[in-house]
Design a protein around this ligand. Structure first.
Ligand SMILES: [Zn+2]
Ligand SMILES: [Zn+2]
Length: 309
């Protein structure tokens, strides 16, 4: 199952499941309460925005399956390099909302300044959102820095606002590809470490019934490789190892690659996290990030596709 279409629970079920997971995090690690409260505020907005987009605001794309299949077979994620018309007015309001939530949740003026820049048009919301969907971190960082704004926060709020669109497009394009269609075949053959829809690296792998399912950190696409190798550099030899930092918890592991210096978190679970709860899975495993970084492993920047489109 190289690409897996993930169940799409109703809003109340999604929020209830998220709440259970947030409570468990705080119970286990009370010092994460503030981080959890902030994530609750942000993800609730993401869930509401996703519903609005799916309720009729999804950009219409006319890309034939054969064309998308050809892109995938060249290793190019389908959404990259396409002129995708975004619902900018709707997303601009969301951008400001995410800035407000971040400002109230601890980021203070740094976030408020970005919100004000979006609201007044000092930042062009359309360009910011388009750059985020194109996964163009350089453009967003440079643009924010020129305006004296925090580049990482600008990247984050744009990602929060465009994520629901990327997710809905990914589902719309991939879930309907079935049978003998060229796109279904190309998806079945997808064997890369990065997302076939948007090109982002996975936030982590969720292992269900022995299937190591990679979970895109942006659009929540779910896919499995046919090889067990470093997702970043394909190393399969001695340089690629799996470690469990907590000796009592072998269900939570980290894949470490000394060939490229990168790591991937891996957790055993009974079902994959629906969008946007992959972010909660990421927070639940923060101790694995810390352990990997303590050993000088890191996560590589986004893959650059600009020369390959
Ligand atoms: Zn993706
Ligand atoms: Zn590697």
């Amino acid at each position: 199952m190289p690409y897996l279409s993930v169940a799409h629970p109703p809003r109340t079920e999604l929020l209830a499941s998220a709440e259970r997971r947030w409570r468990a995090i705080v119970q286990d690690k009370p010092d994460l309460r503030t981080a959890v409260d902030l994530q609750r505020g942000l993800l609730t907005r993401v869930i509401d925005l996703a519903r609005t987009i799916e309720g009729g605001r999804l950009p219409r794309l006319s890309m034939p399956g054969k064309y998308l299949a050809a892109k995938l077979s060249r290793g190019v994620p389908v959404l990259l390099g396409e002129p995708i018309p975004l619902p900018t007015a709707l997303l601009k309001t969301s951008l400001v909302g995410f800035c407000d939530a971040l400002a109230a949740g601890g980021a203070g003026d740094v976030a408020a300044h970005i919100g004000a820049a979006v609201e007044t048009g000092r930042i062009d919301a359309g360009s910011l959102l388009t750059a985020s969907l194109a996964r163009d971190q350089e453009a967003i960082r440079t643009g924010a820095s020129h305006l004296g704004l925090a580049p990482d926060l600008a990247w984050l709020v744009a990602e929060l606002a465009v994520g629901p669109v990327a997710h809905a497009l990914q589902r719309a394009l991939f879930s309907t590809a079935t049978g003998n269609e060229p796109l279904a075949g190309a998806l079945a053959a997808w064997n890369r470490g990065y997302c076939p829809a948007c090109g982002t690296w996975p936030a982590l792998a969720e292992v269900v019934d022995g299937h190591r399912l990679l979970r895109c950190a942006f659009c929540a696409a779910t896919w499995e490789r046919t090889i067990f190798a470093c997702i970043y550099c394909d190393e399969q030899g001695e340089a690629f190892v799996t470690a469990a930092p907590d000796e009592q918890r072998f269900d939570r592991r980290t894949e470490l690659c000394s060939a490229c210096g990168a790591y991937l978190k891996t957790v055993d679970t009974t079902e994959v996290s629906p969008f946007p709860l992959v972010a909660i899975a990421d927070m639940e495993t923060m101790d694995l990030d810390v352990a990997a970084m303590d050993h000088h492993y890191g996560r590589p920047p986004l893959k650059d596709f600009t020369t390959r489109r």
